[in-house]
Write a protein that binds this ligand. Structure first.
Ligand SMILES: Nc1ncnc2c1ncn2[C@@H]1O[C@H](COP(=O)(O)OP(=O)(O)O)[C@@H](O)[C@H]1O
Ligand SMILES: [Mg+2]
Length: 214
């Protein structure tokens, strides 16, 4: 199962979610590979701060890597792809390799527009390949309501929105900087709970064979 976090918009939370969902899956006992498909190599930088990690991290930021990624993924229960900023050749490969495409998005209309190329790329790839896609609301500011337009996306042109979402929390920023997972950084914090819930929702989608429409 290959899951890719992708959005042309930088700073939407691709790397944070990739690392923390990979950590959660590894804690559950799954074998996990994280493919860093970003030339800026944030996931690789994170892993370089650590002595050991419960999952494998490889850098593969080049066009047309989908076939190689799928080949490598055969040896693991889960492969997570941390996608690049910009909608480019590499991001098309990420989408082409993935069984499940998750698009982290901040809860505002502006954020949807900034992701338009990514959404179009997902639609293009889905014309020749059976992929599932969903938005994940990321960096939600406490007490702001999530606009109707975000949930309405699924009714229009876009993929559905997952129920679990992740707030803007200092813990997420700090654990990336320190080379820790959210479970290591603050095991009993709300950020860890959010990541656990997101991972559960992903596992549930896979187990029930993606009942959401995309
Ligand atoms: N939920 C969050 N709460 C607080 N900071 C976040 C959150 N998600 C990401 N960040 C911070 O924002 C910056 C960009 O996030 P990152 O995950 O690297 O995004 P992307 O990979 O999409 O560019 C990083 O400094 C990261 O620590
Ligand atoms: Mg990144």
């Amino acid at each position: 199962m290959i899951i890719c976090f992708i959005n042309q918009k930088g700073g939407s939370g691709k790397t944070s979610l990739s690392i923390n969902v990979a950590s959660t899956l590894a804690r559950l006992g799954y074998s996990v590979l994280l493919i860093d498909a970003d030339r800026q190599a944030s996931s690789s930088a994170w892993v370089s701060l650590r002595e050991e990690t419960a999952f494998q991290v490889v850098s593969m930021a080049r066009p047309n890597f989908a076939k190689d990624a799928k080949q490598m993924a055969l040896k693991y229960d889960f492969t997570i792809i941390d996608g690049p900023p910009h909608a480019e050749e590499i991001s098309r490969s990420c989408i082409a390799a993935a069984d499940l495409v998750l698009i982290p998005i901040e809860p505002s209309g502006l954020s949807i527009w900034a992701s338009e190329m990514t959404i179009r790329q997902v639609q293009e790839v889905s014309e020749y390949k059976d992929i599932r896609a969903a938005f994940v609301i990321s960096r939600k500011i406490s007490r702001t309501i999530i606009g109707r337009q975000i949930y309405g996306m699924s009714e229009g042109y876009g993929p559905p929105v997952l129920t679990s979402h992740v707030h803007q929390r200092v813990a997420f920023a700090e654990c990336l900087t320190l080379g820790k997972s959210i479970h290591e950084y603050e095991p009993r914090g709300l950020a860890a709970v959010e990541i656990q819930q997101l991972t559960n929702e992903i596992l549930n989608l896979i187990e029930t064979n993606f009942p959401i429409e995309s």
